[in-house]
Design a protein around this ligand. Structure first.
Ligand code: AGP
Length: 368
């Protein structure tokens, strides 16, 4: 059945490995595979052309999916996006413009702060879209439009497959927005959708880094703190990597925009500090390389996640380079999520923690 561990040691391991399949299911729900065009399962009750700003609100990992999506909406659709954690959005009385759009992201669909934020947005007269995994949930019921992720039941407290499925839904919505606003041509759409169609296979390839990551986890398990760095869409993924490690291994970790390194966290760097750098070979790669050089110059241990081209161009000594499949374009976070999750998972296994039920955490936070 869907809710047993099959032959995995933990639900989290099973859920990480399921991703090519469930992200593929989600993709199939949102695109027309024959024409490689976006085809949303529901008709949106608004026109993206009239939207002046999008507010995205969620908690934890779901908020990082929203943060990635901000880059996509702004790039594909040239629409400004604000991302908030729900506990801030609900109380700060953010001004909303009637007829604009607010997107809420939640695996469980029951998170108290996200639900309260949804109610606030509805009261403000904006359109609401919920990206939820549980179709019968309160957030799904109360939202004007529901876009479901087809991740299936997620049992591990640490969210994995729900996150990548959220990204898949949001990528399609951002492309749809770009089309509606005339920022993307038909050819752009087909090229982007083609990129999405490749994702499940690339995620399977990314899973083959597991043996190496298991070895690396034994090193990480000896550390007191770990820093995660990334630029562009790899920045929210750095935040997610740090959250995942904290949650299940109890090792302190922080995610930073690589460009912020010299504005503070560089003071922490010494020989004992592993720095995970998420850097696909993209348009900001060179900038990230110079940040890595700053880390290397201070003896920091670099764990570089990049592709073959990046590995070749990164003129810096890393402790380990995790070589990822080659892929072009904007959708690297879905694929790089895999080694990021595996690193947290295997570190937790080395530490001997209760991976699926980490201390002090609940799967869904239904109280404030
Ligand atoms: C993820 O690993 C966390 N356990 C947590 O941050 C979670 O993503 C957050 O509580 C939001 O939950 P939801 O998606 O069910 O709303």
């Amino acid at each position: 059945s869907l809710v047993d561990k099959a032959n995995y040691r933990h639900f989290m391991a099973k859920e990480i490995h399921e991703q090519p399949e469930v992200v593929g299911h989600t993709l199939a729900r949102y695109v027309d595979m024959a024409t490689e065009r976006v085809s949303l399962p529901v008709k949106l009750p608004f026109d993206f052309k009239t939207i002046q700003r999008i507010n995205i609100t969620a908690c934890g990992t779901a908020s990082y999916a929203g943060f990635v999506a901000k880059y996509w909406f702004e790039r594909f659709a040239r629409v400004p996006v604000e991302v908030d954690v729900a506990s801030e959005f609900r109380y700060r009385e953010a001004p909303l413009r009637k007829g604009d759009l607010a997107i809420f992201i939640s695996q469980s669909g029951e998170t108290a702060d996200t639900l309260a934020a949804l109610r606030y947005a509805k009261a403000g007269g904006v359109h609401t879209v919920a990206v939820v995994n549980v179709a019968t949930s309160t957030i799904a019921r109360e939202s004007e439009t529901v876009l479901q992720t087809l991740a299936g039941p997620e049992i591990g407290v640490a969210s994995t497959k729900a996150f990548t499925c959220q990204l898949m839904v949001l990528a399609n919505l951002a492309i749809a927005a770009g089309k509606a606003r005339g920022e993307l041509s038909d050819e752009d759409e087909t090229r982007l959708v083609h990129g999405l169609v490749e994702i499940p296979r690339l995620m399977s390839d990314a899973l083959t880094t597991e043996v190496e990551i298991e070895r690396l986890a034994r090193e990480i398990a000896k550390s007191r703190d770990v820093l995660y760095l990334g630029r562009g869409t790899s920045f929210p993924l750095a935040l997610e990597g740090a959250l995942k490690l904290k949650e299940i291994s109890y090792i302190h970790a922080e995610g930073y925009a690589a460009g912020e390194l010299k504005h503070g966290p560089i003071a922490l760097i010494d020989e004992t500090m592993p720095v995970v750098v998420i850097a696909p070979y993209d348009r900001v790669f060179e900038k990230t390389v110079s940040n890595m050089q700053e880390v290397a110059a201070r003896g920091g241990k670099i764990i570089l996640m990049t592709d073959a081209k990046g590995a070749e161009e990164a003129t810096v000594d890393s402790l380990v380079t995790i070589v990822m499949p080659d892929m072009a374009g904007a959708f690297t976070p879905m694929v790089y999520a895999v080694p990021v999750q595996l690193l947290a998972y295997h570190t937790a296994v080395v530490m001997g923690t209760d991976v699926d039920q980490p201390r002090n955490l609940a799967k869904s936070v239904t109280v404030e």
